[in-house]
Write a protein that binds this ligand. Structure first.
Ligand code: SF4
Length: 325
């Protein structure tokens, strides 16, 4: 491993000022960064340890809503009583990810910034535009059964690996950060990006930004929300496909609905078209299926990941059926 310097950040502003130097990386839980350093995928000159900064609280707002410090661990958030009652999909998504040991270390901020698990990204002998821009994409004609069917580009078909991000997209969370120009916030929908011709960029955060909190808005429909994940084995596996859903049915008609999909795109995929198709429709399996099909009309599966199209359709229909009163 390449030698690096280590600094323990004393305040956020100082950490951000240090991070704008090329070759620096933040360390919090370390559950992704350390793996990538061992693999040689990343080799920072300087590690800025932010784990002592004061972002470990979950605060409830009077009118509803939550502010979650970026250093709250996945375990702490998953078991928080307000999260479990008002945003159960967030809790379920966290508990569906990684293992107990990793959830005890991994932080909310780090969860959102984890890199893709595309096997070619992690293999220095392979071409990967995300690791080395312009080098090519060996996944496209290689092993891509777990990669994107929506919103990909010729340069990259990677998927976002975060379960939490899918649930946050469903509830319209916002991400607060300190950037080079001071504190700012960004909608979770704008935080993540499609790969386009810059797959090396996972997010729209300015370089050096430090995530300080995630804010969940007051969202009554989220109190009945669910998260359902399909994966190759029962635990400690990334999703082949996942759905976060919230449903409000009144007199047999869909009054409101929220749907977001995971493991299908470079970003957590909010199923806006499916939601539009469902609002005002009868709450029936046929409507659920039509809505999922509507969302999937833009899917562009490759040789080995076409199974994700029926998987996402069936997962969505099955979950909405269970949630229908
Ligand atoms: Fe790299 Fe993206 Fe291609 Fe994977 S899909 S090899 S991450 S460019």
């Amino acid at each position: 491993m390449k030698p690096f310097r280590y600094e323990l950040a004393e305040d956020a502003e100082g950490a951000v000022a240090t991070m704008v130097r090329p070759g620096a990386a933040y360390l919090a839980g370390g559950t992704n960064l350390v793996d990538l350093m061992k693999l040689g995928v990343t080799a920072p000159d300087l590690i800025v340890d932010v784990s002592d900064l004061p972002y470990r609280e979950v605060e409830t707002f009077e009118g509803g809503g939550l502010r979650i410090g970026a250093l709250v661990t996945n375990s702490e958030l998953a078991t928080h009583p307000v999260v479990r009652t008002r945003y159960p999909a967030v809790s379920e998504a966290l508990l569906a990810g990684a293992s107990g040991q990793l959830r005890n270390r991994a932080t909310v901020g780090g969860n959102l910034l984890q890199r893709t698990r595309c096997r070619y990204f992690q293999d220095l002998t392979k071409a990967c535009n995300k690791r080395i821009p312009g080098s090519g994409c060996d996944a496209r004609d290689g092993e891509h059964h777990d990669l994107a069917i929506l919103g990909a580009s010729p340069q990259c078909i990677a998927t976002n690996p975060s379960d939490l991000a899918v649930a946050l997209a469903m509830v319209d969370a916002s991400v607060h950060y300190i950037g080079p120009h001071g504190p700012a916030a960004i909608s979770v929908h704008d935080l993540f990006r499609r790969p386009g011709d810059r797959p090396d960029r996972d997010t729209n955060l300015p370089p050096g930004s430090l995530i300080t909190a995630v804010v969940l808005p007051d969202c009554a429909i989220a109190a009945g929300s669910r998260y359902r994940k399909v994966r190759d084995r029962a635990s400690f596996a990334f999703a082949a496909g996942s759905v976060a859903a919230a449903l409000d049915v009144r007199e047999g008609v869909v009054h409101d609905v929220r749907l977001a999909w995971g493991a299908v795109a470079h970003l957590p995929w909010r199923a806006w078209a499916a939601e539009r198709a469902l609002r005002g429709a009868p709450a029936t399996p046929e409507s659920f299926e039509r809505a999922a099909e509507e969302e999937l009309t833009t899917a562009k599966p490759l040789r080995d990941n076409g199974y994700k199209v029926p998987l996402l359709r069936n997962l969505t229909v099955g979950l909405l059926r269970e949630m229908t009163p």
